[in-house]
Design a protein around this ligand. Sequence first.
Ligand code: HEC
Length: 158
Amino acid sequence: MRLDRRQFMAGAAALAVAGGALVLSGNGDTPMPEAVDTARGAALYAENCASCHGADLEGQPDWRSPGPDGVMPAPPHDRTGHTWHHGDGMLFDYTKLGGAETLKRMGVTGVKSGMPGFGDSLTDAEIRAILAFIKSTWPERERELQRRRTLAEQMKGN
Ligand code: HEC
């Protein structure tokens, strides 16, 4: 009797583990829509962003130091930059509204931003496709950290 119960518990635990794995894989990226988005995003990136952020997302030279005019150069969007430090909401706003407006809304003033806003030339869906492409170039660790940053951002109601 006791053995049966233990066997039952072991079986239940195994099921729970299997269930957890299923839920986890269900939460992962769905490959199809992302594949479609990233191809479109890559083309839009080349057209709209590569002139400053680099054809290979490498950013401008010496991007950590301001230029003579006090404006920061464009940072890389690959893993060597800090794009993955920011949640989806911030990245979206930065692209749509531009640096000056986004920083102003965050309460940061007195920064001369070299990042233009694309709200007039790109649709929201196009901006999301570009960001999806940028994210698709990051290794899993950076993608995971950025995903968590997005969740934290959403909990703050941003
Ligand atoms: C005219 C040059 C220029 C173009 C074109 C440009 N950017 Fe930027 N971008 C910058 C600069 C300069 C910064 C540095 C931050 C600042 O000065 O506000 C920046 C910063 C950013 C940031 C915030 C920093 C980061 O890495 O998280 C994002 C996101 C961004 N750009 C996305 C884009 C996207 C997407 C495009 C294309 C749709 C684009 N940029 C096109 C110049 C540009």
